[in-house]
Write a protein that binds this ligand. Structure first.
Ligand SMILES: Cc1cc2nc3c(=O)[nH]c(=O)nc-3n(C[C@H](O)[C@H](O)[C@H](O)COP(=O)(O)OP(=O)(O)OC[C@H]3O[C@@H](n4cnc5c(N)ncnc54)[C@H](O)[C@@H]3O)c2cc1C
Length: 381
């Protein structure tokens, strides 16, 4: 067991930090305020290999591991959690093509995804099925050498902007079998709701996705028929580690801002950093951040080693790091006093952006459900 990042990992961290500080941080507040999806910046990130981090090199990826991904997402999110989180979803989609795609699908799509020539979305949630994702109603019916898709997906990150959608749909209603499909944006019958107005995550669009008699070639099926749900959940193990890492980045940035602010801000004739009650809060924030990072890195390492406890550890890390990450941003806001509430400081943006991390990729209640199931086995019900 080694708790230090090796030289290679430190170099990756350094390059992600430089990129984030130069190409993301100066613009993040404007992207948030004006709801700009920073396409050029994302493509620049892709040119550094950040759009296909853990895809094998022979499949046009960066060939790095999940730990590297966690390190990269923490750095990018320290500048803009919303932009980093979209990139994390895009990486998750690429990972699904790598793990379940046919050689033809891999060679067609992975180079485009790696360069972000095309943007991608993951479509599991529906208006009537969120936490109970298996109850989804989107249908895919076989018609000759095509499938006909009908249904509605909700809350889709990148929705309306992405060129490429992985859609989970039922191929057998009676057995409840779910299959994954690749749906291209130009498919007749595919349309989008208006961009959702959100509390945060403003640098990426979120929209409903409507599928109305969308005919797609049978070769766009991803993985085997009936195995789409397993595929979708497996992808979420990694997605949860990525999102947890995004919370670490926002929390770290908020903590750094707060430390500096407390040294400068004077009240009662001295810097507020001199008050021990506030020092203790800073100490607790730093301790909790460290604990969360250890959990995220452990989950990433388990996933890299295909450890049987990966799902449980990813759920634990996601639950803990996203709750703690948000709590640290909230504490940071409190320690900035009224200024923390203003958009002149970035804290309120970190707070708004990290709130959703406790909800998506499975809510933190569902994380507890997953963990409890693993602990209790078949007795959980
Ligand atoms: C900004 C944003 C982006 C998103 N991006 C995507 C995306 O790209 N792709 C995608 O597929 N989805 C996406 N989602 C959807 C997200 O994953 C769902 O919102 C989430 O899974 C929760 O589903 P729900 O909103 O329907 O809440 P519900 O499932 O209706 O839950 C409501 C409440 O009940 C709780 N609850 C439900 N069941 C249980 C239970 N058994 N035990 C205890 N508590 C329970 C939940 O934790 C929650 O607190 C996104 C959501 C948001 C807000």
């Amino acid at each position: 067991m080694n708790f230090q990042l090796d030289e290679n990992m430190l170099a990756i961290q350094h390059s992600a930090r430089l990129f984030a500080e130069k190409e993301i941080l100066p613009y993040a507040a404007e992207w948030d305020k004006k709801k700009i999806f920073p396409v050029d910046c994302l493509r620049q990130a892709a040119s550094l290999g950040f759009a296909s981090i853990y895809i094998r090199e022979e499949l046009h990826g960066s060939g790095l591991d999940r730990l590297a991904a966690a390190v990269i997402f923490e750095e990018l999110a320290a500048a803009c959690p919303s932009t980093a989180a979209y990139l994390s979803i895009h990486n998750m989609v690429s990972g699904m093509i790598e793990s379940a795609g046919t050689p033809a699908q891999q060679s067609k799509w992975l180079p485009l995804l790696a360069t972000m020539k095309i943007f991608s979305s993951y479509c599991l949630t529906e208006p009537g099925s969120g936490s109970d994702a298996a109850s989804l109603k989107t249908r895919a019916e076989k018609r000759g050498n095509q499938y006909c898709l009908n249904g509605t997906k909700a809350f889709i990150s990148g929705g309306g902007h992405s060129d490429f959608y992985i859609v989970m749909a039922k191929t057998d209603i009676r057995k409840g079998a779910i299959t994954a499909f690749i749906v291209e944006k130009n498919t007749p019958g595919l349309s989008f709701g208006k961009p959702e107005q959100k509390l945060g995550w403003n640098s990426q669009p979120t929209a409903m996705v409507f599928l109305e008699n969308c005919l797609i070639p049978a070769e766009n099926m991803l993985g085997k028929e009936g195995e789409g749900f397993k595929l979708a959940l497996k992808a979420l193990d990694g997605g949860r580690i990525n999102i947890a890492a995004c919370s670490l980045g926002a929390a770290r940035a908020s903590l750094e801002h707060t430390t500096n602010y407390m040294k400068e801000r004077q009240q009662f004739g001295k810097p507020i950093a001199a008050f021990q009650a506030l020092q203790f809060r800073l100490a607790d924030m730093a301790t909790q951040l460290e604990a969360a990072r250890l959990m995220v890195h452990k989950a990433a390492c388990l996933m890299d080693n295909q450890h049987p406890e990966t799902t449980k550890m990813a759920a634990m890390a996601k639950r803990f790091a996203t709750d703690i990450g948000f709590a640290i941003c909230d504490e940071a806001l409190q320690l900035h006093g009224g200024y923390g509430y203003l958009q002149d400081f970035p804290i309120e943006r970190y707070l708004r952006d990290t709130r959703v991390h406790r909800i998506l990729e499975g809510t933190n209640e569902i994380m507890r459900l997953i963990i409890a199931r693993q602990i209790l086995g078949k007795f959980h019900d």
